[in-house]
Every structure is written in structure tokens, then in C-alpha cells.
Design a binder for this molecule. Sequence first.
Ligand code: MG
Length: 365
Amino acid sequence: MKITKILTSILHIPEDDPLADMPEETGRMRPVVTLRIQTDAGIEGVGLTFYGGAMTGSLRTAVDELGALTIDEDPLRIEAIVRKLRAAAGDNCGPAGIFLLALSAIDIALWDIKAKAVELPLWKLLGGARDRVPTYASGSLRRGLTDNQAATAARRLVDKGFVEMKTQMALPGNPSPAEEVRRVRVVRDAIGPDIKLMCDINQRWRPEQAIDIGKRVEDVGLFWLEDVTVCDDYQGLARINAALSTPIAGGEYVWGIVPFRHMIEARSVDIVMIDLVRVGGITQWLKVAGMAEAFNLPVVSHVIPEFHLHLIAAIPNGLTVEYMPWMIKLFQETPPIEQGHLVLPNTPGLGLTFDEAALKSFRVA
Ligand SMILES: [Mg+2]
């Protein structure tokens, strides 16, 4: 099989809150680069990438430029293609940033092709540990909401059947530790004691703040505290992790596979969160998951659940899938949620087909 054509586009997708209809702000748009890789066998792979922000045009160009180097290559030889692309650009312009974001889109589409070629859903091709995986509602209980809005949104998620959900601390305006604690209790009181509640800090605390506030909320029974300080302060994270009984999660902000080695060796986190786009695609995601397994650590995913559910389901140490449906409108169909679990598709590949009308309505370039 040979790669024959690369098709990319830039979309602007509204940043709404489809889960609880309680957006922190209205009118914001998220830029996304979509990719299709076509082959002489008639099999097409889909991928996407984002985080380009104001450089999204450059990111699309990077996907086009790397994609051009894959023409006539065998799409089933993914590591050979990754090696070629690194040699052509990544080894010199840097192992992270736009290079890695672009590489991820290509790698994802290549795995979609490979799974379609062997007529298996991707999760089965990659290991197939489970055919349904727990999932949690994310993106609704944000720090910018009022207490009333947060409580209302939390109850809406429970009414929708979610049994796991994530909120945030590190509130706007740098309030006192007591205010931070009060807010997370508002959410806990709204949902009761039996719902798993995670809380994201998004790197906004210093280590001593994290230890102070983390100790004050231990009786809230958080399932995890996430990105409690700067993502690559591995020693600071380890200090926080040792001081708190609440599990510490992290990893979404680091690039490629090597930082995970440092993070895990330093015992910085109890739960390894891997972002498919920042890690370098499916090939690299699986390597980090294996590293975590060797250290007896569970793995969770970051955003794009319609891609990540395959990976969490494939591995033995997958814990839960973040259900943050940024991209849900792009596809004709996405996996259903039943009793708090995402149900894995049985269609070959990722099981994702772009909705042409949606793509047209969001396309800007
Ligand atoms: Mg996070």
C-alpha cells in the first residue's frame, strides 16, 4: 500500500459546553487542523491536531510539509515514517512544539489506515483490554463560574448519568485558601458523596500552596488533584505528592515521551495523564502507557475522547477517559455513553467519519 494524497483544512469550532450548557464565556472559537491521508488501496485515514493558537496557519503548513514527505511511503510502516519525518525536521527544529503537533496528526491517521487495512477497530488492534471504559464529564465545572452556576451545572451532569466529573480550583483573583476550599465543597455538596470528583489546578499553584490547600481538601474525597504546579517541576510535584493522600495526576502539558520518564522516576504523579497530540500521536502514547505500567501507575487521557477511548480501552492500566467533546460536531457519529462508560465501536479503524456539512460550516482555510 502507498500513500497518495494529503488533505488538510483549518476549522474554527465554537468553545461551548455541550454537557451542562454552562459555558464560562461565550463566543470563543477553537482552531483545529484536520487531516485526511489517502492511499492507493482506497483506504483513508483521519487525523487532527490543535494547540496552534495564533500559529494555527503555521501548524497546518507543518502538516502539509511533513505530509508531502509521506507520499509514496507504505502507511503500515509507521515507525519508518516517524523516523523519516524526524530526520527531515524534528531533529533540527526541536523535538516538541509545532513539529510534534503536526507529526501527531499524521501518526493518528496512519494508525486509522492500519486498523482499517486489517479490518479491526483500533482498540482491538492495539490490545483490546476492554470493550467499554469509564468516562468523566469535563469542561463544565470551570473556575470562572459562580457558585450557583457550578452547583447547577454539576447537578445537570448527574442528571445526565455521569458518575465521574471534574471541577477546578485556583480560582480567579487569587483568593484565600479558605475560599478555594469553600468552592470545591459547593460542587461536592451538589453531587453528593458517591460521584467521583476530580479537580484541576492547571499549573497555577506553587508547591507550598498546593500542599496547604491540598491538605485542607483531603476530606472532600477527590479522586485526583491535577497539575497542581508547573508541569516540569518534577521535584516540586514529588514533594506535593508525598505530602498529600489525594492522588496527584499530571502529564498533559509535557511534550514527547522523555519528560514522562523524569516525571515517573521522580514519583511526581500517581496517575499519568497523556495528551495524544502533545505526546506525538498514538505510537508515542502507547510507549508512555507501557512505561507507566512498568511503574505500577494508571493512565488517563486528555481531551478528544473519540480518539482516546481506543487507547484507554486497549491497555491494561487505563483508568478513565476525559469526556471533553471539543470535536464531537466534526464527526457523523461518536461513541455513546452508557451508565458512565464509553462503548467502544466495532467499525474498523477509529470508527470516525467527518461530517462534511459540519466541516464546511467550520472551515476557515
Ligand atoms: Mg488538565
